[in-house]
Design a protein around this ligand. Structure first.
Ligand SMILES: Cc1cc2nc3c(=O)[nH]c(=O)nc-3n(C[C@H](O)[C@H](O)[C@H](O)COP(=O)(O)OP(=O)(O)OC[C@H]3O[C@@H](n4cnc5c(N)ncnc54)[C@H](O)[C@@H]3O)c2cc1C
Length: 245
């Protein structure tokens, strides 16, 4: 959308300085609070899957044809030596949820300029290095905490706001007020959202490899680890196809 009016028709963004936007009709927003609770039932209705909750798998006994280990960022319980040798580590993200002011509608999930330098897909943009340089020079503190700012709306009208990225195996249990403030300040630079009441602050942690999008390991044969839920579907499909299931 190279006409700012097209952006303003879809999204309550700040018009001052707005040049245009990118709109994707293919994106979906998943509310993890709803999906995680209902997905076991959905899966069991379609496939013969048995779930065992509150059960730690502490060993992988021989005798199975195939075992897929999807243990998230638990690198200590199963095959710890392989995880340690893989170079994989953790990333901590600070997030917030705001109560949506009455009558406010966000529309499509939104991201702004910082996000362009965060996801590798945007590397095809020839002007990206200049943007990245400008952000690094003008706002180095955003670089320091790996901040890029996105907002999305859940069905019950809450606005999910994130996020920052702090890397390393040891995750600081304390959230940093400075990070939340930086995220909100940046958000208000592009979104016309009256100063919202923040209802929740939290952080999440996931596994990531500093260089690779995903890694394949082979303790007995082949556990795999990947980056992010977006990629996980393709990785799962590839893994299952590879062993001919
Ligand atoms: C705040 C936040 C925002 C994110 N945003 C995005 C995004 O925009 N796009 C994207 O692609 N990704 C995003 N991610 C990353 C994505 O959520 C993760 O990569 C993904 O959830 C990993 O899924 P998983 O099933 O591999 O691991 P997990 O979701 O961590 O699940 C692993 C499960 O295995 C269980 N487990 C571990 N060890 C054992 C054991 N020994 N026995 C029994 N159970 C065990 C754990 O308790 C856990 O329930 C985000 C993550 C966070 C935290």
């Amino acid at each position: 959308m190279d006409d700012p009016r097209q952006v303003l028709e879809r999204s309550p963004v700040v018009s001052e300085g707005l040049l245009g936007g990118i709109y994707s009709p293919d994106e979906v927003t998943v509310d993890h609070r709803l999906i995680l609770g209902s997905s076991p039932e959905l899966i069991q209705a379609r496939w013969p899957v048995e779930f065992r909750f509150s059960t730690a798998v502490t060993t992988v006994p021989p005798g199975f044809d195939q075992v897929f280990i999807c243990s998230g960022d638990d690198f200590e319980t199963l095959f710890p030596d392989h995880w340690a040798a893989s170079g994989i580590d953790r990333v901590k993200l600070q997030m917030m949820a705001a109560r949506s002011p009455s009558g406010f509608q966000l529309g499509p999930a939104l991201a702004a300029g910082l996000t362009l330098r965060f996801y590798p897909s945007f590397r095809i943009c020839s002007t990206l290095p200049r943007l990245a340089r400008r952000i690094a020079e003008e706002t180095p503190v955003l670089e320091r905490w790996g901040i890029h700012v996105m907002a999305s709306e859940t069905a019950d009208g809450a606005i999910t706001i994130g996020d920052s990225h702090e890397y390393g195996l040891a995750v600081d249990i304390f959230n940093k007020a400075e990070i939340d403030r930086l995220i909100l300040d940046y958000l208000h630079g592009f979104l016309r959202l009256p100063r919202p009441e923040i209802a929740q602050h939290w952080h999440g942690v996931y596994a990531r490899h500093p260089e690779a999008d995903y890694i394949v390991m082979n303790p007995r044969r082949s556990p795999r680890g990947g980056k992010g839920m977006t990629m996980s579907w393709a990785l799962a499909e590839e893994s299952v196809n590879e062993v001919g299931l």
